[in-house]
Design a protein around this ligand. Structure first.
Ligand SMILES: Nc1ncnc2c1ncn2[C@@H]1O[C@H](COP(=O)(O)OP(=O)(O)O)[C@@H](O)[C@H]1O
Ligand SMILES: CC(=O)N[C@@H](CCC(=O)OP(=O)(O)O)C(=O)O
Length: 257
């Protein structure tokens, strides 16, 4: 089974184009099974703003109090996930919204309870549940909330959640769909970026902010032997006639071949 994991960033959800959905239709016709994990940081911040709650981040991760966790789940599962599933359905792509904390889909543990509060990292993925949905030709659309063994819900950065699911399912392709056409270096979008260069680009500041968890996740996925990881915009097509768009991050072994 050829599985593609697609992470849809909150930055792009409002702007997903008809071409993007057409690409997904084409991928399905080519017998790819699609799994989607979504973000929604901007949606959460908008709601926190309405509630007069200040958003705070440490290294790009949201400090999550019990009150903020409730807002995160309300927004991500109740609004963002619903909207994305509806968009897929309106493009004739059968989709099922899933909260990561249900049926042990995403099991997790605290990342740094003292500093970040209810923020988690994923330790286990219920791959059988995902496989059973994929077997029916349905796209699972996953909200990145994990659950601990003690039944506590945790907020997980969507890029890291995507990497954990990609690694657990051993997907063929992993795509980070965002609001830029790819990774830019000296103002130009890169078609191919060797994994070795990524750390230097972070150190030099060419890769910064929200792109850092994406490339870090990409490297973790490549280390597990997944063939290719791409950063691509949702404003245009991501795939057509066996051609992929965006920046391809190339793993070390691949580069040697
Ligand atoms: N080298 C780079 N090339 C392209 N974008 C970059 C780069 N470094 C940082 N960025 C920023 O990363 C952003 C995407 O990350 P983010 O806003 O967190 O998106 P998402 O919500 O999709 O996860 C881009 O809009 C851009 O501002
Ligand atoms: C722990 C943590 O930071 N969780 C993220 C989850 C959403 C997310 O990652 O959304 P984007 O992909 O749009 O950034 C948050 O609360 O914003």
């Amino acid at each position: 089974m050829k599985i593609i994991l697609i992470k849809c960033g909150g930055s792009t959800l409002e702007e997903l184009s008809a071409e993007f959905f057409k690409s997904l239709q084409e991928l399905k016709k080519q017998n790819y099974r699609i799994v989607i994990i979504h973000g929604g940081g901007p949606d959460i911040n908008q709601m926190l703003g309405q509630l007069n709650v200040q958003a705070e981040y440490v290294n790009g991760l949201r400090k999550t109090t019990a009150e903020i966790l409730e807002v995160v789940e309300l927004v991500l599962a109740g609004k963002t996930n619903r909207r994305l599933v509806h968009m897929l359905e309106s493009h004739k792509l059968s989709a099922l919204g899933l909260n990561g904390s249900d049926a042990g889909l995403l099991k997790g543990c605290y990342l740094n309870k003292e500093e970040l509060g209810y923020v988690g990292e994923i330790t286990e993925v219920n791959g059988e549940l995902i496989d059973s949905i994929l077997a029916q030709g349905i796209i699972p659309v996953i909200t990145p909330i994990a659950i601990t063994n003690a039944g506590i819900k945790l907020n997980v950065n969507a890029d890291y959640a995507a990497a954990a699911v990609a690694n657990a399912l051993k997907v063929e392709q992993c795509l980070f769909v965002t609001d830029v056409e790819g990774i830019m270096v000296n103002g130009a979008v890169q078609e191919i970026l060797p994994a070795e260069e990524v750390e230097n680009l972070i150190a030099s500041g060419e890769i910064y902010g929200g792109m850092i968890p994406k490339v870090t996740s990409a490297l973790s996925v490549l280390q597990k032997g997944i063939e290719s990881v791409r950063i691509v915009t949702g404003k245009k097509k991501i795939y057509q006639n066996e051609q992929w768009f965006g920046t391809k991050i190339l793993g070390k072994e691949r580069l040697c071949k």
